[in-house]
Design a protein around this ligand. Structure first.
Ligand SMILES: [Zn+2]
Length: 262
């Protein structure tokens, strides 16, 4: 890992080197540490791939792109949310109709073992961010990491068969990480990325979520305590608990439930 001091030092060195040689092409061996940036398809669609990559190299010495390839969240793949100022480059507009999905090209034949539909993000019709960016980045000796995250929309077809189950037995909001449909989806996406983008330099999967105890205590995002949403009590998780010798029969073990008892 790169600590902050090393990062700053390397960034300054790389930025200086880039400023000295403004040819748009790398000179000499690439730096030993990645100087990365998270970036979504919208940046390339808005401003042009070549211009964006040159700017990243020259202004920040970036040598590694963490390209948002799959998410239904706006956080890593959309423009600024309403209420935030727009940057001084790119289209001066918000993307209220953002949807997300796979920003490369999903190959449905790989997703036969999962209920979750492999949807191509409709936000940039006809555009495949990896097909576009990987060759352009490699010409500049920049690496491309496919950055995909655990963020779905509730209306993704088949997601209902992968959701967590809360302590009351109701469907939760997130995909259960033990559910076979969830696991097969991520496996398929990884194969999809690697099989059809052989130039990829790496993968980064992100799951920004907290555990059920923090959900119950309300220790996140100011949401307040939500003990009733504690999950996961789906059959796969209950079976896993049983294998570990843990008694986790959904709500049945909680002492305030009359007639139950552990
Ligand atoms: Zn589960």
């Amino acid at each position: 890992m790169v600590n902050r001091r090393t990062f700053v030092t390397q960034s300054a060195l790389a930025a200086g080197a880039a400023a000295l040689g403004r040819t748009g092409l790398a000179q000499g061996p690439p730096p030993a540490v990645p100087i990365g940036i998270q970036i979504g398809a919208v940046s390339f669609a808005d401003e042009g791939t070549e211009k964006v990559l040159d700017g990243l190299r020259e202004m920040a010495g970036v040598n590694t792109l963490f390209v948002a390839t799959f998410t239904y969240g706006r956080g890593i793949a959309g423009r600024q949310p309403r209420g935030s100022a727009l940057p001084d480059h790119g289209k001066q507009e918000y993307d209220d109709d953002y949807r997300g999905g796979n920003f490369a090209t999903p190959h449905p034949e790989l997703y036969k073992k999962t209920s979750i539909a492999p949807e191509k993000a409709p936000d940039h019709p006809g555009y495949d961010v990896l097909a576009d960016v990987v060759p352009a980045a490699h010409r500049r000796r920049m690496k491309v990491i496919a950055w995909f995250e655990d963020v779905f929309r509730a209306d993704v077809p088949g997601l209902d068969k992968a959701l967590e189950v809360d302590v009351h037995g109701k469907a939760g909001l997130r995909a259960c990480l033990r559910n076979p449909n969830t696991r097969e989806f991520w496996l398929a996406l990884v194969e999809d990325h690697l099989r059809f983008n052989p130039g990829l330099d790496g993968l980064m999967w992100g799951s920004e979520r907290q555990g059920p105890l923090n959900d119950a205590l309300g220790a996140s995002h100011g949401a307040g305590p939500r003990p009733s949403t504690a999950a996961c009590f789906c059959p796969h998780c209950l079976e896993a608990a049983r294998r570990e010798g843990i008694d986790a029969r959904g709500g049945a073990t909680w002492p305030w439930r009359s007639g139950s008892g552990a």
